[in-house]
Ligand binder design. Structure first.
Ligand code: NAD
Length: 272
């Protein structure tokens, strides 16, 4: 809740738009919600957890930016409930103009021990949920003659990573979905693109740092350095604000001909 909002040189380019950012109670999604709100978009804030004092405080922060915002709780593993939620957002906030499929989960374990239920859950949340939100939101975008779909993939959508079979498979799948949808919509005013961050310091990555520290007996600083050192040539984390600024660009009119992109922001992770 203390993340900085990047100043927009173009005023409020998303004024009048409605943005649904899935998984926006934390990390990258929260930064994107703040960024789009600071540039005028009404926000459907979404997370798995029930509404709480924390989500109320987040809504207050968005309202203070002068936009409408409501909180929606849904576990995206409940696929059948996604279309009804999209209909509720449309009824309460307006049709979704900017859909950011950001929610994601991680589980790190050898493919040999990987629990099948975790595999199913990860594909449901990381891949099938974006399919369903796209199916639910795109018709109104086409009717209204404008739309942006932004999928939060990962460098794990571009290269393989050991001990992350379901995450890597789901993010590769999400890039395939992104390109297929972008091509299907290529002659329309609706674009579909993906962002592929490297390591970003969020709760999802902090859990991996904590696991590394306890597995190898490292202090937190050494564990962070080891995590970055292994893969990210810049040796620096990508920030949530940097990812949010890219999402804002992809949501803008300037990005009308960016289609089917798998845009990496990874400190050189995939350049090697
Ligand atoms: P985070 O853990 O801080 O936030 C995840 C968000 O997703 C939360 O709002 C959570 O409520 C929501 N979520 C998780 N499971 C859900 C479910 N079953 N139903 C509904 N919502 C659910 O994580 P983050 O690091 O900000 O990750 C956001 C996205 O960015 C994810 O898709 C992740 O794979 C991707 N990503 C993160 C990194 C990184 O280094 N942090 C790198 C590449 C890609």
């Amino acid at each position: 809740m203390t993340t900085a909002v990047l100043p927009s040189s173009a005023g409020r380019p998303h004024a009048g738009r409605v943005a649904w950012v899935t998984g926006s109670t934390s990390g990258i999604g929260w930064a994107i919600a703040r960024q789009l709100a600071s540039e005028g978009a009404a926000i459907a804030l979404h997370g798995r957890e029930a509404a709480s004092a924390r989500t109320e405080a987040q809504l207050a922060e968005l309202h203070a930016l002068g936009v409408a915002a409501r909180y929606y709780a849904l576990d995206l593993a409940e696929g059948e409930a996604i279309a009804p939620l999209a209909a509720r957002i449309e009824a309460e906030l307006g049709a979704v103009d900017i859909l950011v499929n950001n929610a994601g989960m991680q589980h790190v374990e050898s493919v040999l021990q990987f629990p099948p239920a975790k595999w199913e859950a990860m594909l449901a949340v990381n891949l099938s949920a974006p399919f369903r939100t796209i199916q639910a939101c795109t018709p109104a975008m086409l009717e209204r003659g404008w739309g942006r779909i932004i999928n939060m993939a990962s460098v794990s959508g571009l290269v393989g990573v050991a001990r992350k079979p379901a995450y890597v498979a789901s993010k590769h799948g999400l890039l395939g979905l992104t390109k297929s949808v972008a091509l299907e919509l290529a002659t329309t005013p609706v674009t579909c693109n993906a962002i592929c961050p490297g390591w970003v310091l969020t709760p999802l990555v902090q859990a991996q740092i904590d696991a590394l520290a306890s597995r190898e007996g490292l202090d937190p600083t050494a564990a962070r350095a080891k995590l970055l050192g292994a893969k990210q040539p810049s040796q620096a984390f990508v920030t949530v604000e940097q990812v949010a600024s890219l999402a804002s660009y992809l949501a803008s009119d300037h990005a009308a001909q960016v289609r089917g992109a798998q845009w990496n922001m990874d400190g050189g992770f995939t350049a090697a």
